[in-house]
Ligand binder design. Structure first.
Ligand SMILES: [Fe+2]
Ligand SMILES: [Fe+2]
Length: 260
């Protein structure tokens, strides 16, 4: 048996999943030309909020514009609760969908301009392009060079394992912004203001169920993120599951032996 086959035999995980994890690790290295902003630079970007809003308004549909404002607000609140810079979080929320309604050829151009290795499963799904495209847009058109902010926008749709606190804040804010009304949003929202990982686990579960029910492909980064958080939060949920099971059993016993 060749060495590669032997490795696969011993570790039967989907090789593409390993690629996703490696890519996520590689993403911890800055995207070309990015670094951490100085406080003065961040202050300067925050002073340009009205200018950014005007650009956003031109680039996206009215509904998307309102969503962006709401995600900005939610991201700022979640940042404050989690010791993350609220200014960075607000700007990420405001700008995360800036490429969402742009023509696909423009989205593809910016996605490639980012210069990062884009996995095949992202290239194959145009719905995911606006995230890396938006990351390149804020770096190259708005001059926001912050590595953590660029990554937060790049991964806001799929998530990834090893997300930074800012990345988690944006990922969750996009799930729970005030206009969101999908079934179960209240559960995710309630968890979001308690614990970001719990919200990612519950939100990720909703996403996976919805994809599986429609026989859609699951993005490898999403899968790897879900597994990571499930492992982290698993014990807590096992306790909750055991308690629910016990309560259900007690209910059945009560029906079978009603007290007189
Ligand atoms: Fe998005
Ligand atoms: Fe969004």
């Amino acid at each position: 048996m060749s060495e590669t086959l032997k490795q696969l035999w011993e570790n039967p995980a989907n090789p593409e999943l390993d690629v996703a994890i490696q890519a996520a690790e590689a993403a911890n290295v800055c995207t070309a030309g990015t670094r951490e902003l100085t406080p003065e630079e961040l202050e300067c970007h925050l002073g340009r909020v009205e200018e950014f809003k005007a650009i956003l308004k031109k680039q996206v549909e009215p509904r998307r514009y309102q969503h962006s404002l709401n995600v900005g607000d939610a991201a700022r609140e979640l940042a404050e609760l989690n010791g993350v810079d609220p200014g960075k979080a607000y700007l990420c929320g405001l700008l995360h969908d800036i490429e969402k309604n742009r023509p696909l050829d423009e989205q593809e151009r910016y996605m490639r301009q980012l210069g990062d290795l884009i996995p095949d499963h992202v290239i194959a799904n145009p719905k995911l392009w606006h995230a890396p495209a938006g990351a390149a847009f804020i770096r190259d058109e708005l001059g926001i060079l912050d590595a953590d902010m660029i990554r937060a926008i790049k991964y806001h749709t799929t998530g990834r394992p090893h997300m930074s606190p800012l990345e988690k804040v944006l990922y969750v804010a996009d799930y729970v912004s005030v206009e969101r009304d999908y079934p179960g949003v209240e559960t995710v929202r309630e968890a979001a203001y308690r614990n970001l990982d719990e919200a990612i686990l519950i939100g990720g579960r909703f996403t996976l169920i919805s994809l599986l029910e429609r026989y859609r492909k699951v993005n490898y980064d999403t899968f790897a993120m879900y597994n990571e958080v499930a492992e982290l939060m698993g014990a807590r949920f096992e306790e909750a599951a055991a308690k629910a099971e016990e309560e259900a059993r007690a209910k059945v016993a009560k029906v079978e032996n009603p007290e007189r």
